[in-house]
Design a protein around this ligand. Structure first.
Ligand code: F6P
Length: 406
């Protein structure tokens, strides 16, 4: 048994982020000069079979024909993975649900030539699951179906897997990963696992290759220095959105994440319209700070009519919570959740775009870039430029960039 070779076995129900994590591992191991390859059962099935296997009954464990085909595909991938490691390959990543005892027994008995390391991906956040399924059913194999039918079918497929699902327990080397929060929930490592420190580290790292963090364009409320509300863009704001759209036309933006507010959506739409294939996903998590009783007031009105609010906030802006509203401190949890959701749904893609608001963007920036708490509410978030953020294991970049606003 060579010491520096490893089978990595993904485990988990469909739409739990396994493939994204597999891709992230391959990429990061590759950067360290470690030869890694993914053996994905779904991909091999789609490549080899002429008939469309997206219908849920194909995954019914009681469907003998479907089960036999799936087993055959799995075996082919085991052999290909073994073959790969017997040559120059160092890490073979088996990307499939691998969620029954029977399947894992097969893996253990067939792939004994090198160490086995299992990664179980867990995520039961229903909103994310729904959004992940929507992204899955946009793939070509579901094109012949109506969206609702495809979603329903995929949910039934998940149910079939749930019936045979057995969480990791007695395997020698495994981690259970909360794949939304990049958090290791359980870790059982008996043997010395090659590259383990590296793998563990990027499993828990929020990785963004390119995050474009934009603030919405100018609004009518901005002109009056009013806070909160749901104001629309001014003609200048619309021009800003259009010039952002022209700027980003050269890049591929698969998803724009934004808030539920009109000003954010009005900024996102022109950008989406100039992309080939782009969708807008809105999260409550990215809504601007709720200023409670002060919503829609101007800073001047607050100073005059609610001097206590004005002075208390000035004294400790990060910790101050608006009556019946929020403060920076209380936004932290939802902003972190929004960022995790955006990263998760982006499937390891090269570009992520978030269109947020002043306070929201400050909090997003401080998610990646250390700032003392008391300085966060003063981070400069202009409307005529955006932040380009890279945060990977080996590179950090924070660049404020102007886009041509003509
Ligand atoms: O003025 C625009 C705005 O996004 C308001 O809606 C929000 O209350 C404010 O900025 C946040 O900035 P600050 O915390 O500096 O008041």
């Amino acid at each position: 048994m060579e010491k520096d070779k490893l089978f990595i076995v993904m485990v988990g129900l469909p739409a739990r982020g396994k493939s994204t994590i597999a891709a992230k591992m391959k990429e990061n191991l590759g950067k360290d000069g470690i030869k890694a390859r993914i053996f994905n059962n779904g991909e091999l099935r789609r490549r080899l079979l002429k008939k469309n296997t997206s219908y849920p009954e194909f995954y019914d464990p009681g469907n003998r024909e479907g089960a036999a085909i799936r087993e055959k595909i799995a075996l082919m991938n085991f052999r290909r993975a073994r073959d790969y490691l017997s040559r120059k390959g160092q890490a073979a990543i088996l990307d499939a649900t691998n969620c029954s005892f029977a399947r894992r027994d097969m893996i253990i008995s067939m792939l004994g030539d090198h160490k086995l390391f299992f990664i179980e991906c867990i995520n039961d956040d229903q909103e994310i699951l729904k959004a992940s399924i929507l992204r899955k059913v946009a793939l070509p194999e579901f094109r012949h179906l109506k969206k609702e039918d495809a979603v329903h079918g995929f949910e039934r497929r998940i149910c079939y897997y749930k019936n045979i699902y057995k969480p990791l327990k007695d395997e020698r080397n495994f981690v259970k990963l909360d794949s939304l929060n990049n958090q290791i929930i359980e870790e059982e490592i008996v043997d010395t696992i090659p590259f383990y420190d590296r793998i563990r580290d990027f499993l828990v790292t929020d990785c963004v290759k390119n995050l474009f963090l934009i603030r919405h364009g100018e609004t009518h409320f901005n002109l009056e220095n009013r806070i909160g509300g749901d104001s629309c863009l001014t003609p200048k704001g619309i021009a800003q959105a259009e010039s952002l759209a022209r700027y980003f036309k050269k890049k591929t933006i698969p998803i724009i994440f934004t808030s539920k507010k009109k000003r954010a959506l009005q900024t996102a739409e022109p950008i989406r319209n100039l992309q080939k294939d782009c969708e807008i996903i809105t999260f409550d998590e990215f809504n601007e700070i709720d200023s409670g009783v002060c919503e829609s007031m101007s800073y001047e009105e607050i100073r005059q009519k609610m001097p206590n609010v004005h002075s208390a906030r000035k004294k400790n802006k990060y910790h101050y919570i608006y009556p019946e509203g929020e403060g920076y401190i209380s936004m932290k949890e939802r902003i972190d959740r929004g960022v995790k959701k955006a990263i998760y749904l982006s499937n390891n893609s090269n570009n992520i775009m978030i269109i947020g608001h002043r306070a929201v963007n400050r909090m997003i920036l401080s998610h990646f870039l250390f700032r003392r708490m008391e300085d966060v509410p003063y981070i400069y978030i202009p409307q005529d430029r955006f932040y380009h953020i890279i945060a990977t294991q080996d590179k950090k970049l924070f660049q404020s960039k102007r886009y041509d606003n003509t």
